[in-house]
Design a protein around this ligand. Structure first.
Ligand code: F42
Length: 145
């Protein structure tokens, strides 16, 4: 069983702890916005350790859209590299936990459709894209068994 390494950021680590310890009944929204958050459990591409990352909840039917915005920072968040290397994840949406597989969205038309869904769910994503010259990466998480 790989070791779990919590996020070095206090507010992120604390949200993960509250979300999980409450069984998905508390800590499930982004601070003052009240908008829903999911928890993505994945594997570090260098350490092989378990990592847990809260992200905004963007749904597309039974799938979820994961947006590597990191507030419009100049570089991709590290979890993006982890998902590229290890696409098997577990996704917690409040009380429901599912094994899922992610793929990065490359095709322009699909990307536009999913980006519009993401901005509808969390409008600041649009500002984050304007803040950076990198194209914000998007993944689709699909159910697996
Ligand atoms: N971030 C987003 O990008 N999009 C969102 O929609 C989003 C929503 C959100 C909601 C609530 C909340 O609490 C946080 C939210 N965040 C969102 C922030 C998100 O949870 C991440 O904290 C943020 O995206 C930064 O991701 P990161 O993977 O860069 O995390 C940093 C802080 C981190 O944990 N760094 C570790 C460290 O030790 O510095 C490295 C972790 C790691 O995965 N290491 C790899 C390994 O092998 O273990 C090696 C990595 C390598 O390739 O070097």
């Amino acid at each position: 069983m790989p070791q779990y390494i919590p996020s070095p950021r206090d507010w992120v680590r604390e949200q993960v702890e509250l979300y999980e310890s409450s069984g998905g009944t508390r800590g499930t929204t982004l601070r003052d916005t009240g908008l829903p958050v999911v928890l993505v459990t994945h594997i570090g591409n260098k350490t092989g350790a378990i990592r847990k990352t809260p992200l905004m909840r963007v749904k597309d039917g039974n799938n979820y859209v994961l947006v590597g915005s990191q507030g419009g920072a100049p570089t991709d968040p590290v979890w993006v590299h982890n998902l590229r290397a290890n696409p098997q994840i577990e996704l917690r949406d409040e009380t429901v936990v599912k094994p899922m597989r992610v793929r990065e969205v490359e095709h322009e038309a699909e990307r536009k459709r999913l980006w519009d869904l993401a901005v509808a769910a969390y409008p600041p994503y649009a500002e984050y894209q304007e803040r950076t010259t990198r194209q914000i990466p998007i993944f689709v998480a699909e159910p697996r068994d």
